[in-house]
Ligand binder design. Structure first.
Ligand code: NDP
Length: 246
């Protein structure tokens, strides 16, 4: 039945990469987790089984975050299963590099639809539904600071996410809900590694004074802090987690 046994965290894009690490970490922290994915049901289900085998509680939820109706249905499903949602982690995102002058309309529209509109779609539901004491953790990128060539469209969507983070933190005054963003640097996932030469990966890893790539677990640690009791006084902030790159 729907008796609430622990706080509920919905993590978008949690079938792999940083989102999967976040879901696993929040489950370990005691949250019941909703593992959202777009296409890779098998990986999402495997993660849910892994969490359950470790004593946690998890549910998978297919939804393209770019689709507002699908996002509404996902929140409905979480509320039906667990009675409500306390934490939203807006991790789902895509990256395709292109100089602005070479980018086509399709790339621009798709990146906006998933990274910016997708974040808006879940923020809107969370703003209406999150329980008092809740947390919202958005995903930006340290590229908003480094502003490297070929990242223009992606950086624009994440700059928009940062703006919504600051504004929504203010709009939720009186609800005891914090809204923050994590802005990772280069992190060893498919999104970052795909299409890059070993030399380029090594070069980007060395940009940070800590001289390595981030691991998904490094970012999950930060999300765990912001979602947990120790992060409760942090609100309306963007936390860059990048080994000191920028
Ligand atoms: P990955 O490509 O490894 O994973 C992306 C995840 O998002 C997958 O689970 C995928 O699900 C899901 N996803 C993609 N599109 C949608 C959609 N339309 N609706 C729902 N889910 C979707 O990415 P990362 O783990 O690297 O990135 C996670 C976040 O971190 C992103 O917001 C990214 O911008 C940000 N980030 C990453 C950095 C990095 O270096 N890796 C650096 C800075 C920020 P499925 O496979 O089922 O489609």
């Amino acid at each position: 039945m729907s008796a609430q046994v622990s706080n509920v965290a919905l993590v978008t894009g949690a079938s792999r990469g940083i989102g999967a690490a976040v879901a696993e970490r929040l489950a370990r922290d005691g949250f019941t987790v909703v593992i959202n994915y777009a296409g890779d049901a098998a990986s999402a289900e495997a993660l849910a089984r892994k969490i359950e085998a470790a004593g946690g509680r998890a549910l998978t939820a297919q939804a393209d975050v770019a689709d507002p109706a699908a996002v509404r249905r996902m929140f409905d499903a979480a509320e039906t299963a667990f009675g409500g949602v306390d934490v939203l982690v807006n991790n789902a995102g895509i990256l395709q590099l292109s100089p602005l002058a070479d980018a086509d309309d399709e790339l621009f529209d798709r990146t906006i639809a998933i990274n910016l509109k997708g974040t808006f779609n879940t923020l809107r539901e969370a703003g209406r539904r999150l329980r008092s004491g809740g947390r919202i953790i958005n995903f930006s990128t340290s590229i908003v600071g480094t502003l490297l060539p070929t990242y223009g469209i992606y950086a624009a969507t994440k700059a928009g996410v940062e703006a919504m983070t600051h504004i929504m933190a203010k709009e939720l005054r009186g609800r005891s809900i914090t809204v923050n963003a994590v802005a990772p640097g280069p992190t060893a996932t498919e999104l970052f590694l795909k299409g890059k030469t070993p030399e380029l990966i090594d070069h980007m890893a060395k940009m940070a004074p800590l001289e390595r790539l981030g691991q998904p677990g490094d970012i999950a640690n930060v999300v765990s802090f912001l979602a947990g009791p120790d992060g409760g006084w942090v609100n309306g902030q963007v936390l860059r987690a990048n080994g000191g790159m920028v």
